[in-house]
Design a protein around this ligand. Structure first.
Ligand SMILES: C[S@@+](CC[C@H](N)C(=O)[O-])C[C@H]1O[C@@H](n2cnc3c(N)ncnc32)[C@H](O)[C@@H]1O
Length: 313
């Protein structure tokens, strides 16, 4: 029987205590506040502004005004609690930007063990550089295994078409000079006495700089993906991460789910999902989005003390 999908109105560190015993997660993605220094607002109606709170803003979705040290402590606390529910070979992903990613990496090394660090994905949202001086045009997704000894068991489904990219033009011209009986161009390489064939139409393994998924897909009201929730991530980004790290019927978790992007994508890909958020608006938005997609799930709400900036409940 397929496991229950859950949506939890709860702080991330309380989520493991709300799960049925023995329920494990194959991929967890968390996209916390980034340390922007202000409250973040949603667009819930015509004319409202979304993002940093300012004149004309819509309602506050969540607070991103806590100092970086408190934010990093909050992320580490959530990671330590969620780590207990990771399956063998699972991946834990944390999405941040330049403001907190370096301190978070060190804090998360302490949670998972330094040898559990898998690597990082540099995501280029494609908004372009702005303002005077150096402008940050990328964000970082840190990836960890459950423990250093689990590092070798971690899944990365690089054979899938969504995890491939075309070979460089020069490489195609220089090396892919053979054509098989079906008309497919290929290259043959002999490595340590063994012969390997690479087909041009299969492409090469995708690297860790992802610049082909535009943030605009999620952030414009012109696109049906956009919910108006601030810092909503594009479904294509989560699709690639979920496909890379799980198989069908695996369980995907996102415990700072915001508008619910991870959960709707997991459902569409036939994965089980467990999500949560502290913010009322996040839960409402996610619920609406999941229902519109016809996904079945149970909503559990925990009586919460407001999550304080220090990460203490
Ligand atoms: C950057 S947004 C997530 C956006 C989301 N990835 C999307 O695509 O819509 C960060 C979310 O973290 C939530 N959050 C912050 N602290 C939390 C905590 N301690 N536990 C659970 N959720 C938290 C906020 O309410 C907010 O919805």
């Amino acid at each position: 029987m397929k496991a229950d999908n859950l949506l939890l109105h709860a702080a991330a560190w309380d989520a493991p205590g709300l799960l049925p015993s023995g329920r494990e997660l194959d991929f967890v993605y968390v996209d916390p506040p980034y340390g922007v220094g202000t409250e973040m607002t949603a667009r819930t109606g015509m004319g409202e502004r979304r993002g940093r709170k300012q004149e004309g803003s819509g309602p506050v979705a969540y607070d991103d005004s806590q100092p970086i040290d408190a934010l990093v402590a909050m992320i580490a606390r959530a990671a330590a609690a969620l780590r207990e529910r990771l399956a063998k070979g699972a991946t834990f992903a944390v999405h941040l930007d330049h403001r907190a990613v370096h301190e978070a990496k060190v804090a998360l090394d302490a949670v998972f063990g330094r040898g559990a660090f898998i690597g990082e994905i540099i995501w280029v949202p494609g908004n372009g550089a702005r303002g005077r001086g150096l402008s940050m045009t990328h964000q970082t997704i840190l990836l960890f295994a459950r423990s250093p000894s689990d590092r070798k068991l971690v899944r990365w489904n690089s054979e899938l078409p969504q995890l491939r990219e075309p070979f460089a033009r020069t490489s195609l011209d220089m090396h892919f000079t053979n054509v098989d009986a079906d008309g497919r161009r290929f290259r043959e390489r002999i490595v340590a006495g063994k012969s390997y064939k690479y087909y041009a139409d299969v492409g090469r393994k995708l690297g860790t700089v992802w610049s082909d998924i535009s943030a605009m897909r999620a952030n414009t009201p012109l696109n049906k993906e956009g919910t108006g929730y601030p810092t909503q991530k594009p479904e294509a980004l989560l699709e690639r991460l979920i496909l890379a790290t799980t198989t069908e019927h695996g369980t995907v978790g996102d415990f700072m789910c915001g508008s619910g992007t991870t959960l709707v994508v997991a459902a569409r890909l036939g994965r089980c999902f467990i999500g949560g958020d502290v913010a009322e608006l996040a839960i409402e938005t996610t619920q609406r989005r999941l229902e519109a997609q016809g996904a079945s799930f149970r909503l559990l709400a925990q009586k919460m003390a407001a999550a304080s900036p220090s990460g203490e409940a």
